[in-house]
Design a protein around this ligand. Structure first.
Ligand code: PAF
Length: 283
């Protein structure tokens, strides 16, 4: 596995590998089984002849002023092993100063999909995500890129980024990987105390209940589905402080207007200091 630490080395890697299908997995490190699934999916897409490259970069521009960038977990040695074990060919792990010059003056802005769900309480977050992903796409020159469905809003925004800025990259969404009790894997789970950890699976259980009501019970009223999720969380996870529960159109991330479109139930809640998110497609 090649370990690439700066843009000069990356340019040389891309030029040597020109003509070989390149599948890219962007990450911020602190990798877990959910990321392992992304790397394995990338390996599958690339086939034996293709290349899988993973970036590990804690992107400062997607952190808000009250979000502690310095406290973000950094576990590079373990991350490298996980990538190697799951079939990565190369790792791109640049330093912040390599990617962001002190006098930089251009960045991307997303003005629609980022206004709801997580974006509503994290202003500028998805602008930072779009900026770094666009930079990485330009640098890595991948044919495909793989993102997790747990960050459903991010995936929708990346698809829009590719569409609106004409990137020649195919985006693949990979299903969320879960602990045995249903809790979605996240680098934030490590911050949960025992009681918080015990109650956190209620997020998944509440979403499953809403899906059951939608699919089997025929419930189409978004407010009723939302209330069902809130009631479940109040009963099963009293330690949780709900940030949002939303029933949205899976493509626009807005209140659904057509009964036929794919509908998404999405939730974010604080368990102690950890803000956990989860979602489910209602189908
Ligand atoms: O999902 C993440 O880890 C990050 O938002 C991403 C896509 C790597 C951009 O920094």
């Amino acid at each position: 596995m090649n370990i690439i630490n700066n843009i000069r080395q990356l340019r040389s890697w891309t030029s040597i590998n020109r003509g070989t299908r390149c599948v890219f997995v962007p990450t911020m490190g602190a990798l877990h089984e959910g990321h392992a699934a992304l790397v394995r999916a990338a390996r599958e897409i690339a086939g034996q002849a293709g290349n899988v490259i993973v970036s590990i970069f804690v992107n400062p521009t997607q952190f808000g002023p009250n979000e502690d960038l310095t406290k973000y977990p950094r576990t590079l040695i373990e991350d490298l092993s996980l990538c190697r074990d799951n079939g990565a060919d190369a790792i791109f792990a640049p330093k912040a100063e390599d990617l962001y010059l002190p006098d930089r003056s251009i960045q991307l802005r997303e003005t629609s999909l980022s206004q709801t769900l997580c974006g509503a309480s994290r202003p500028g977050h998805f602008d930072g995500v779009c900026t770094i992903v666009a930079k990485l796409f330009n640098l890595v020159q991948c044919d495909d890129a793989v993102f997790g469905k747990k960050d459903y809003q991010q995936l929708a925004i990346i698809r829009r980024l590719v569409r609106d800025l004409d990137f020649n990259v195919v985006i693949h969404g990979v299903e969320t990987v879960r602990e045995a009790d249903g809790l979605a894997m996240s680098s934030r789970n490590r911050y949960l105390g025992a009681e918080e950890r015990a109650q956190a699976p209620a997020l998944r259980a509440a979403l499953l209940q809403a899906r059951e009501a939608y699919v089997k019970g025929g419930v189409r009223d978004g407010r009723a589905l939302r209330q069902m999720i809130l009631d479940h969380l109040t009963a099963a996870a009293p330690v949780a402080r709900v940030d949002y529960v939303e029933i949205v159109d899976a493509a626009t991330l807005r209140t659904p207007t057509e009964a036929t479109g794919l509908v998404l139930a999405a939730v974010a809640a604080f368990f102690g200091s950890a803000r956990l998110i989860d979602n489910i497609e209602l189908k």
